[in-house]
Design a protein around this ligand. Structure first.
Ligand code: MN
Length: 562
């Protein structure tokens, strides 16, 4: 953003924020009023785009001179902010000191990166939690700014980690005007005695820890770009040399060690010792003129793609589609983590599991866990649409363009372009990916709040509207046999424990195609083909284009449809 645009605003609510920072040195956003890519879903005075009620909140874990958590609540076009040294907690018996600090710009919502040493707040920042919030007391006047001024704010958080009723109350103001407040969680259904924020160290935006963000400083969020671009295609947009896709991936030595193992053995990767087996077994037949791919190839790919795919897997139960006999055999679903899985493999015990249901799921909270799954014969990785903390709250709306026998590639592209036009019109962030077979998926990020039945209804409303434009291409019949070979827009995938294949997962097909994210503009590229990205070439594409799917890691509220 040109400096003049910022300066033209004059002294406003962000004057203090700006005065403390040198935006030629810090990657933090300077703040601007209009936000391309965000404004339509955030503001929404127009009835046409009225958002689901609820303002956004973010908590950032900030390792500056001292570790603290920054709690920021969206109100009146800025983020009202408190620094909480020990962090927020769900423990209702604990009171946390909180210091009211200057308002931050709305773009700070997505800020994750490194503030240079010597600058104000120098250190590393992750988006520790985010979601929506509302005033705790039903109040027709809805005046959060007035409540802050009065020194007492009762509010409900709907985040990935933080849920339930909180109270912020001002306790004293020192001579310099510094305001000390207390933050506490009320005794409600979300209260959890002994709950410690330090037990949940990963970013909800990227799945990374502060250490990992600090170690990969080229992934800075840049204030020089509009927020949408900065998050969508960071490396390409900056024109800088792309960071290697395996920045925190396996080392050359680790990969060489895999190649040196015979049929089976012990592989030390990502600090874990894995027993790997049947390495020379063909898992994917080759395409005409190509060599087949072996289990060793799959394990190598799983290790190399893990750092890129992790943000879409972290904190989610993983349904494994296993093909131990290879892609051309009958596969089967495995959800239960087997009892022989090593003790370090991260897992989740589903408290809601009934009799004869899966009790324990794999959760890919560390890259070695993905390699473990691959060795277990999981050719396809299907992570849940919700996170394990709140299984009933989807974080994406899934739009599934499912081609029929008679659906041509051109038909499929037309359907995808209609989705692009509709989502653009609505001002909704979304990203397409190829399934790796014949179809396409569009994932729409959503802040925690709506239930699955709500996201399913939203997807259905959008799909029906698109269907009205091209009725000749679509069938709404449930049974494949009754669809006359037509495509289906399958909104029913928006349900608990229903999954679409994860981005970058291989597919069980010849040549090892992967479900590759694409840029919207690629829908107009005549060279685009449904199976063109494979385990063999997708890393090269990542090195050139970066991860195009990061859009779906942003929180947004959905506009009402219909
Ligand atoms: Mn801070």
């Amino acid at each position: 953003m040109p400096a003049s645009q910022t300066d033209a605003e004059g002294p406003g609510p962000l004057a203090t924020y700006r005065a403390k920072r040198d935006f030629t040195r810090t990657p933090e956003p300077a703040g601007e009023r209009a936000q391309p890519g965000r404004e339509p879903v955030a503001a929404g005075e127009e009835g046409e785009r009225a958002p689901v009620p609820g303002l956004r909140f973010v908590v950032q874990r900030h390792r500056a001179r001292r570790l603290h958590y920054d709690l920021r609540l969206e109100m009146d076009g800025v983020l009202a902010s408190w620094a909480v040294p020990k962090g927020p907690t769900l423990d209702p018996n604990v009171r946390r000191a909180a210091f009211h600090v200057e308002d931050h710009p709305l773009e700070y919502f997505d800020f994750e990166g490194v503030i240079p040493k010597g600058e104000y707040g120098g250190g590393d920042v992750i988006v520790w939690d985010e979601g929506t919030w509302e005033l705790g007391e039903p109040d027709s006047s809805f005046d959060p700014v007035g409540a802050v001024r009065a020194g007492e704010l009762h509010f409900d958080l709907h985040g990935y980690k933080l849920q339930g009723r909180f109270l912020l109350v001002r306790t004293r103001v020192d001579a310099a005007g510094k305001e000390q407040w207390l933050l506490l969680h009320k005794h409600d259904e979300y209260a959890a005695p002994g709950w410690d924020p330090e037990d949940y160290p990963r970013s909800v935006l990227s799945g990374r820890t502060n250490d990992e963000v600090k170690a990969a400083p080229d992934r800075l969020w840049r204030s020089s770009l509009p927020p949408a671009e900065a998050a969508v295609d960071l490396r390409a947009a900056r024109g800088a040399a792309p960071a290697p896709a395996q920045a925190s991936g396996p080392t050359a030595d680790e990969l060489a060690a895999l190649d040196a193992i015979g049929t089976a053995g012990s592989w030390l990767v990502f600090g874990r010792e894995l027993r790997v087996t049947n390495l020379n077994k063909v898992l994917f037949p080759g395409r005409p003129g190509e060599e087949p791919l072996t289990k060793r190839d799959l394990l190598r790919y799983a290790a190399q793609i893990a750092p890129v795919a992790m943000p879409y897997l972290v904190g989610r139960a993983l349904n494994m589609h296993r093909f131990p006999g290879g892609a051309d055999t009958q596969g089967f679903w495995q959800k239960q983590l087997p009892s022989h899985a090593p003790g370090w493999v991260p897992r989740w015990d589903n408290p809601e599991a009934g009799a004869a249901q899966t009790t324990t799921y794999l959760v890919v909270d560390e890259p070695a866990a993905l390699v473990w799954a691959a060795n277990f014969g999981a050719l396809e990785w299907h992570a849940w649409t919700s996170k394990v903390e709140h299984p009933d709250l989807p974080t994406y709306v899934l739009l599934d363009i499912d081609p029929g026998d008679k659906t041509s590639w051109e038909d499929l592209l037309e359907l995808a372009r209609l989705h692009r036009a509709a989502l653009e019109h609505l001002g909704v962030l979304a990203q397409p990916k190829l399934t790796g077979k014949r179809g396409a998926h569009i994932w729409v990020p959503v802040a925690p709040g709506p239930s699955f039945s709500e996201t399913r209804a939203w997807a259905e409303a959008l799909s029906r509207a698109i269907g009205n434009v091209v009725p000749q291409l679509l069938s709404w019949k449930w049974q494949v046999g009754e669809r006359s070979g037509l495509a289906r827009l399958d909104y029913t995938q928006n349900a608990l424990n229903k999954t679409l294949v994860a981005p970058y997962s291989p597919r069980a097909a010849a040549g090892a195609p992967v479900s590759a994210p694409i840029d919207w503009s690629e829908l107009d590229d005549p060279a685009l083909r449904p199976e063109m990205f494979t385990m063999r070439n997708v890393l090269e594409r990542l090195a050139a284009k970066g991860d195009l799917f990061r859009t779906v890691l942003r929180a947004q509220r959905l506009p009402q449809l219909g």
